[in-house]
Design a protein around this ligand. Structure first.
Ligand SMILES: Cc1cc2nc3c(=O)[nH]c(=O)nc-3n(C[C@H](O)[C@H](O)[C@H](O)COP(=O)(O)O)c2cc1C
Length: 174
């Protein structure tokens, strides 16, 4: 699959089967995450793999939506502000950029495995922090539900609602 095809196929899936995910697939997705670039190569991320019933219940509590209930695997993507690169000229913390990149690596890798995924940030971080014993410096950034979509054709029928190139691209100057 070319990158263009993969990018076209990736979409937010909100309709899953309970079917468990093969361990090899989970490992390949985590390896794709590990290979993501980061500012100064600081790799300020941690991934909590959640497949247990108790862990999944906690995730569902922190993001109470019917559509995530059947999901067999959640990755809780966390960042460490003490490990991230700060730009010298203005002290800008690059953690969020690093996490955005690693999150998309995860979603693209899941898509390549014919697995659905969705980036979820609108969750109760305090609840996750407490349940998953996150140390103070660790920030829960996103939950990524991963699973087989109810409709496997969803990848090929994915309609992208996006701004046109002319709306978002400026040549040479703003
Ligand atoms: C940073 C970020 C946060 C998001 N948070 C949520 C969320 O909390 N719940 C949700 O259902 N989708 C969430 N999404 C998914 C977006 O709604 C989705 O990516 C966007 O509508 C484009 O659709 P597509 O992913 O199918 O291409 C989030 C996406 C991003 C990038």
């Amino acid at each position: 699959m070319t990158f263009a095809e993969l990018a076209q196929r990736r979409l937010s899936v909100r309709d899953y089967l309970t079917q468990p995910i093969e361990e090899q697939k989970i490992e390949r997705i985590l390896d794709a995450a590990r290979l993501a670039p980061s500012a100064n190569n600081f790799q300020p991320w941690r991934f909590v793999v959640v497949t247990s019933e108790k862990g999944r219940e906690a995730i569902i509590k922190s993001y109470p939506r019917d559509w995530i209930k059947p999901v067999p695997l959640f990755l809780l993507v966390c960042g460490n502000r003490n490990e991230s690169w700060k730009r010298k000229s203005d002290d800008k913390d690059h953690l969020d950029i690093d996490l955005g990149i690693v999150i998309e690596h995860i979603c693209l890798a899941a898509t390549e495995e014919e697995l659905g995924s969705c980036i979820v940030c609108n969750f109760d971080t305090a609840l996750c922090r407490a349940f998953f014993n996150l140390p103070e410096a660790i920030e829960p950034a996103a939950i990524i539900p991963i699973g087989y979509p109810t409709n496997p054709d969803i990848f090929t029928n994915s309609l992208k609602k996006r701004k046109s190139i002319s709306e978002v691209v400026l040549r040479e100057s703003f």
